[in-house]
Design a protein around this ligand. Structure first.
Ligand code: TYM
Length: 329
């Protein structure tokens, strides 16, 4: 079986440090190891109220960030989801495999949609579209942050169920979790995930394109915990633990608890976190500005990505259609 890595980011807001540490930088580090497809999942951004113009802009900014972070379109496939009909086609077949019972349990729907009459139907069904994104490419591994665990379980369940019912069509994917910074928390509320849908200037959210000054300010003002001891302790010291996770990820170290022992004060820790984040994001921001000046390159990347992705996904979707009874006997 070909080792195949697939993952995606939804352009529903400007990307955050959480998206980078939990996902994007990991895409960059695995791109030479396997067949890789990385996707700008714009269809998923239609599940809640959206502004069409802003969505286009955010999708473009997200591709640019993929390139600026170091994804090489000569090495991996970079694709915008809406450019590849295989995703939506397979999604419907998987909707005919999924149960309402399992979609009712999905956290996003429970928190944002259930019981509200104006919830878009797509907010209910998008976990199935996400399963289609993954299964269409015969994906073996999915590098994602911790918040995607439930979605990955659904994708696995649907693959297994489809295979049991209609024949071995799909590969059952494995989640590849981040070792550190798998769930970067909001700097102002370290019990909540740092989210790109926070208000743009929210003090607790670091955006990938924030200037060094803004990054430093946000980190120096991060909420810490009562006491003064620097310890990695999610339960009792969520603020400090979050900063240690961010620092470890930025320094490419795998042991945030060991890092804690180097610090005697919160202030010193914050200073180092701020400089480490600036060192990681500043080159990204500069590269992004260079690429923004070359929209032809970004567009060519998407055109080539769409063609390659459709060619990779189409045979699996055709096999699934045939297996489920949509072909000739
Ligand atoms: P999205 O767009 O919310 O997030 C994109 C990626 O970033 C990770 N992430 C985080 N990691 C650590 N800390 C955080 N605070 C943080 N916030 C976000 C997410 O875990 C994710 O890896 N439904 C998905 C997108 C998707 C997808 C897919 C992913 C669509 N199809 C197929 C994998 C495979 C989503 O909403 O991600």
């Amino acid at each position: 079986m070909t080792r195949t890595i697939f993952s995606a980011i939804v352009p529903s807001g400007r990307l955050t440090l959480g998206n980078y540490l939990g996902a994007l930088r990991r895409f960059v580090s695995v791109q030479h190891e396997a067949r890789c497809v990385f996707c700008i999942a714009d269809l998923h951004a239609l599940t809640t109220d959206h502004d069409p113009r802003r969505l286009c802009q955010l999708a473009e900014e997200t591709v640019t960030l993929f390139l600026a972070a170091g994804l090489d379109p000569g090495v991996c496939v970079i694709v915008r989801q809406s450019d590849v009909p295989a995703h939506t086609e397979l999604s419907y077949l998987l909707e005919c495999t999924a149960y309402t019972g399992e979609l009712n349990r999905m956290i996003q729907f429970k928190e944002k949609g259930r019981g509200r009459p104006k919830t878009r139907v797509s907010l209910y069904t998008y976990p199935v579209l996400m399963a289609a994104d993954i299964l269409a490419y015969r994906t073996t591994e999915v590098p994602v942050g911790d918040d995607q665990r439930q979605h990955l379980e659904l994708a696995r369940d649907l693959a297994l169920r489809f295979n049991r019912s209609y024949g071995e069509i799909f590969v059952v994917p494995e989640m590849s979790p981040a070792i550190v910074a798998a769930r970067v928390m909001d700097l102002q509320d370290p019990t909540a995930k740092m989210s790109k849908s926070a208000p743009y200037d929210a003090a607790g959210t670091i955006r990938l394109l924030d200037s060094p000054d803004v990054i430093r300010r946000k980190i120096m003002r991060a909420v810490t915990d009562p006491g003064s001891e620097v310890r990695h302790d999610v339960e009792n010291q969520p603020g400090i633990t979050n900063l240690l996770e961010i620092l470890a990820a930025c320094l490419d170290e795998n042991d945030p608890a060991a890092l804690a022992r180097r610090y005697q004060s919160y202030g010193a820790l914050k200073k180092d976190v701020a400089e480490a984040v600036v060192a990681v994001l500043d080159p990204l921001r500069k590269k992004c500005a260079d690429l923004a000046a070359d929209p032809a390159y970004v567009n060519a990347t998407l055109r080539a990505g769409a063609e390659r992705a459709q060619a990779l996904a189409a045979p699996t979707v055709a096999a699934a259609k045939q297996a489920i009874g949509l072909g000739t006997l």
